[in-house]
Design a protein around this ligand. Sequence first.
Ligand SMILES: NC(=O)c1ccc[n+]([C@@H]2O[C@H](COP(=O)([O-])OP(=O)(O)OC[C@H]3O[C@@H](n4cnc5c(N)ncnc54)[C@H](O)[C@@H]3O)[C@@H](O)[C@H]2O)c1
Length: 448
Amino acid sequence: MLDRRKFIKNTSVLSTLPFLPNFNFFKTTKKFIRTAHIGVGGMGKSDLKDTASHKNVKVVALCDVDSNALEEAGKLFPDAKKYKDYRVLIKEMSEDIDAVIVSAPDHTHAPASILAMENNKHVYCQKPLTNYVSESRQMKRLAEEKNLITQMGIQVHSFYDYKLATLLIQSGLIGKVSKVRAWSPKNWGYDGPKHTGADDIPQNLDWNLWLGTAQLRPYKEKIYHPAMWRKIEDFGCGTLGDMGVHIFDTPYNALQLDVPLTIKNKCRKYNSYAFPEKNFVEYDFPGTKYTTEKLKWIWEDGKGAPRRHKDLKLPNNDKLPLQGAMFIGENGKKLLLPHFMELPRFIENDEYKDFDVSTFVTNNQLSKVPVRDYDGESHLHYHQFIDACLGKDKCTAPFSYSAKLTETILLGVIAGRFPGKTLNWDSSNAKFREIEANKYLSSTYRNF
Ligand SMILES: NC(=O)c1ccc[n+]([C@@H]2O[C@H](COP(=O)([O-])OP(=O)(O)OC[C@H]3O[C@@H](n4cnc5c(N)ncnc54)[C@H](O)[C@@H]3O)[C@@H](O)[C@H]2O)c1
């Protein structure tokens, strides 16, 4: 059995490693970063606080289509200008802002981020990066063309446990990885009938601006705003886009995967309205130096996930963590990565095995996490973004990385429109071989 204290002692060796400077930092003479925040209720409020906790941040603008959320955030930053339309904010304050934090619902990520980047602003955008593959690719391209600092809001990417798991996998602890199984029993889908009728739009909400580039539809209470939009097409990406993107991140990063070759989603029949309550997605990825020739990836979500499978059997018949990922390596070796706030566990021939992390040190990946302390770690991803804008650090989840991760997630979502059918993805041409699936890669924006 792994001894937690011993394990932590071993892993803390890494915290004493010197930080090796990277000379490719962004060049700037700025001493402060002036931020504008789009979406300041829900996760946006937490994004706002974590960003503002950096001593070199000045919050200069707040934007929300819900006046209640805007007022609440305004109490925290009374000097910041308040807006309900991000287009007006960017037009009026372009000269006064350096970075934009986008925490609105998923369908607004791309339109708001693209507008900000076109105006040469650095962007921190919540996950998943976009709702459509074409948008992710556009955001990646724009960020690169304009040499902007970008980060996707997968904050656990900067947590100790995930950095440690990445290090262990890349150090060869379990050999070459042939399969990843990842799961979440959460359900951000809806299998019921389409909601009909219309409710009165609350006075505090600008429904037209909330819809933004999405097509007009009647307002319905408790179906869209706040938070429930995740279940509905045009706005969210179901459980894959909600939890999947966090749980995919470490295996995706550790194994240095590109986008998949094939995708199959076994779920209920497509209903043109909401995402399935349960998804079982199989991906085949091209191999990398950390995997066998090909890598199989299985994602399960919804009630009852994951199904029982020998790959997921734990020593002592222990219960699986509620959400997480299992890396299957060579010779009976596996790595379990719970999501989240638990250390990864090394398993060999159905027994937990201890290991000395210091023998796996090959780089400085953990050197900037002083202690394993979840409260203390929650701001790291945001501060990394601000430090990168100040030319003192590099982002670890820039759009060059997170666009590919998002594309992988979105391909699984699209496969849900063709239950049980294998889709073949031609990444270089950004097309499926199955032409009927290509219409889901992009959308038409409404003028609003
Ligand atoms: N990284 C994480 O752990 C994490 C956790 C939760 C949510 N998220 C992400 O954060 C984003 C928001 O999710 P949420 O749960 O907070 O949703 P929410 O609906 O609870 O809150 C969204 C906020 O944005 C506002 N808003 C909506 N449209 C807007 C627009 N056009 N302009 C300005 N403001 C607008 C809403 O009024 C609301 O205040 C999503 O992309 C979600 O995936 C990330």
